[in-house]
Design a protein around this ligand. Structure first.
Ligand SMILES: Cc1ncc(COP(=O)(O)O)c(C=O)c1O
Length: 321
């Protein structure tokens, strides 16, 4: 199936800019380009809107009137889902890991402005939050509502289509620039972005080495999840994605002590990019991914003629949390 035939509600502005980071490249002695998915333009930008374009098309198709999703307290995915749901005339419930803060800041402030219903759970993790979400959805259904639930990070095959499409966009931008990227570097959290890029890389024969940068330590099941989502994305398009978890590269070395916890290297990367390239990263995802890229370049991990593309997946609303 042609991806363009798949129902999608356009929310973002494409193509997002892609250009060479001259100062960073000079400092590192290796060519580094950036794809500015922080500038997708919808609700302060970021990667999740690419997934939501497909997921919410399905919600509308199913006649949903309420969207529910889950995430960390400062989840970018929840912020973008909240604004997108409201924009499409639907109610929105966010099931969040953490306790109710005294003030809504950063992503929570944005979600608050669109009147999202917040449900806070102090001690629950991903799958437990999803099961709370199902309970709330059931209650809403009993009240006569038509809920549509989105799993953590929108990381399911349909959501990953957003990054299959992004891969197409990158191939077109490569052609316009007359070059070929050797590596594509990006943060890997719940795996959907990674899976979409992996499916796109394989279906388009793009030939990139994909380097997913882990944002939390100790996630041994993530490569298998990425494969599963990528293969599901392939199935939607009627294509087979032959890849095994062993081939999925997720580098956890720069993830620090835990999700959302800053590292000295991520703080340095954030300052570097702000000062040298006028690009603002975040502490949770892109700061750690860029810290990894910088460290690897300093260590000489990339060959001399490497052309690296860094995907800025957004998240910088968190700087104001
Ligand atoms: C800014 C940002 N970058 C990267 C990611 C990781 O994307 P994925 O969950 O698709 O792996 C997220 C997801 O929460 C994010 O908000």
């Amino acid at each position: 199936m042609d991806i363009e035939k798949l129902p999608r509600i356009g929310l973002a502005f494409y193509p997002t800019p892609l250009y060479r980071m001259d100062r960073l490249s000079n400092r590192l002695g290796v060519e580094v380009f950036v794809k500015r998915d922080d500038l997708t333009g919808f609700a302060f930008g970021g990667n999740k809107v690419r997934k939501l374009e497909y997921l919410l098309a399905r919600a509308v198709d199913e006649g949903a009137d309420t969207v529910l999703t889950v995430g960390a307290l400062q989840s970018n995915h929840c912020r973008q889902s909240a604004v997108a749901a409201r924009f499409l005339g639907m109610d929105i419930h966010l099931i969040l890991r953490g306790s109710r803060p005294e003030r809504n800041t950063g992503n929570l402030l944005v979600s608050h402005l669109v009147d999202a219903h917040f449900h806070f759970f102090d001690s629950l993790e991903g799958e437990e939050l999803e099961s709370e979400m199902e309970t709330i959805a059931e209650r809403l259904r009993a009240e006569g509502r038509r809920p549509f639930t989105i799993p953590l990070g929108g990381s399911v095959p349909l959501g990953a289509m957003g990054y299959v499409r992004a891969a197409q966009e990158i191939v077109q931008q490569q052609q316009l620039l007359g070059l070929q990227f050797t590596h594509v570097v990006f943060p890997s959290g719940s795996g959907g972005t990674h899976a979409g890029l992996l499916a796109g890389n394989s279906l388009l024969g793009a030939g990139w080495k994909l380097l997913g940068m882990g944002v939390a330590p100790g996630r041994p099941r993530l490569p298998a999840k990425v494969c599963e989502i990528a293969s599901g994305a392939g199935q939607i398009l009627g294509e087979k994605i032959a890849i095994s978890p062993e081939e999925v590269v997720i580098i956890e070395k720069y993830a620090g002590q835990g999700y959302g916890l800053q590292t000295p290297e991520s703080c340095e990367a954030i300052k570097w990019l702000a000062q040298e390239e006028a690009i603002f990263l975040d502490h949770v995802y892109t700061g750690k991914a860029m810290a990894g890229l910088i460290h690897m370049a300093r260590e000489g991990a990339f060959e001399e003629n490497a052309r690296i593309l860094f995907i800025h997946t957004g998240g910088n609303v968190e700087l104001f949390a």
